[in-house]
Design a protein around this ligand. Structure first.
Ligand SMILES: Cc1cc2nc3c(=O)[nH]c(=O)nc-3n(C[C@H](O)[C@H](O)[C@H](O)COP(=O)(O)OP(=O)(O)OC[C@H]3O[C@@H](n4cnc5c(N)ncnc54)[C@H](O)[C@@H]3O)c2cc1C
Length: 252
């Protein structure tokens, strides 16, 4: 089985997000960036399938500026075989990302495409679903377990009412949730080895896909400051405080 994994470079999840002074978006200049956490689970799932003898090639694809090479290298160090960077400095909306990934899928002909369930910068939760629609492939989103069998997959999904297990034929799209696995930290020798693995950098224009944004972002604002907490001596004081708050709300 050949697996394509989409990975996105986003602001590192440990960084405190700052909104640009002109309210046009989130500040990314001089900010630590790393692989979207859900994509790490997708890469780990692919590597585990390869280790179990179920996959023989893992191709990583990212769309972004040349610095997105870093997240591809991380995936290669985790065990993927080669990478493709579709280079652009432009804002790329979800539909354009899905169209570009479809173009790569048409060329690479993978049996399985793994993605994160969402990217933590925009929290759109679009790309996997749009890609499945564009390709006409079955999809399993929010995967917490993937079992590969003869010609198909059994995927367990975390849903409101618990866990649902579905069977889907290949080729298919699967988007990774947090409990799918524990992504490995690549050891230094793997990081060194990753630099020798093939990584093709292709300008976005090569694909002939219109990536011009369709959405206008009016304004991005930081969340409202939360008022500080206060300590209470005991549950009686807590109960009296809550009763007071409720009374105030009722009066509104
Ligand atoms: C280089 C770059 C710069 C950008 N700059 C800005 C900006 O300054 N201001 C702004 O408003 N918007 C910007 N965008 C657009 C925005 O970040 C998103 O591309 C868009 O809104 C999609 O949302 P999402 O990634 O949350 O999609 P989701 O549907 O939440 O993503 C789901 C999954 O799709 C895959 N995926 C998504 N994007 C990519 C990708 N680029 N490469 C590979 N796999 C991917 C990943 O597996 C991800 O986990 C930029 C995008 C890029 C690529």
């Amino acid at each position: 089985m050949k697996i394509l994994v989409a990975v996105k470079r986003v602001v590192d999840h440990n960084v405190r997000i700052r909104v640009r002074s002109d309210s046009s978006g989130v500040e990314t200049d001089n900010v630590r960036m790393s692989m979207n956490p859900f994509d790490k689970h997708a890469v780990e799932a692919a590597v585990q399938l390869a280790e179990a003898g179920k996959a023989d090639e893992i191709v990583i694809v990212s769309i972004g500026p040349k610095q997105a090479n870093d997240v591809i290298l991380t995936a290669l160090a985790m065990g993927a075989h080669r990478g493709v960077l579709i280079e652009t400095n432009e804002r790329v909306e979800t539909l354009a990302v899905a169209k570009l990934l479809k173009a790569v899928a048409d060329e690479e002909k993978p049996d399985l495409i793994l993605l994160g369930k969402q990217a933590v910068d925009d929290d759109s939760n679009h790309v996997g679903q749009m890609l499945a629609g564009l390709l006409g492939w079955p999809q399993a989103t929010f995967a917490s377990e993937i079992k590969a069998g003869e010609g198909g997959l059994e995927v367990t999904r975390e849903v409101d009412y618990g866990r649902a297990t579905i069977a889907l034929p290949l080729p298919a799209i699967v988007t990774a949730d947090l409990r799918l696995n524990t992504p490995r930290n690549a050891a230094l020798p793997m990081v060194m080895k990753a630099r020798q693995k093939p990584l093709a950098v292709r300008p976005v224009a090569e694909f002939g896909i219109d990536i011009s944004p369709r959405l206008v972002i009016d304004k991005v604002s930081p969340p409202a400051e939360r008022p500080g907490g206060r300590q209470v001596a005991d549950t009686a004081e807590l109960a009296a405080f809550i009763a007071g708050e409720v009374k105030e709300l009722e009066a509104l």
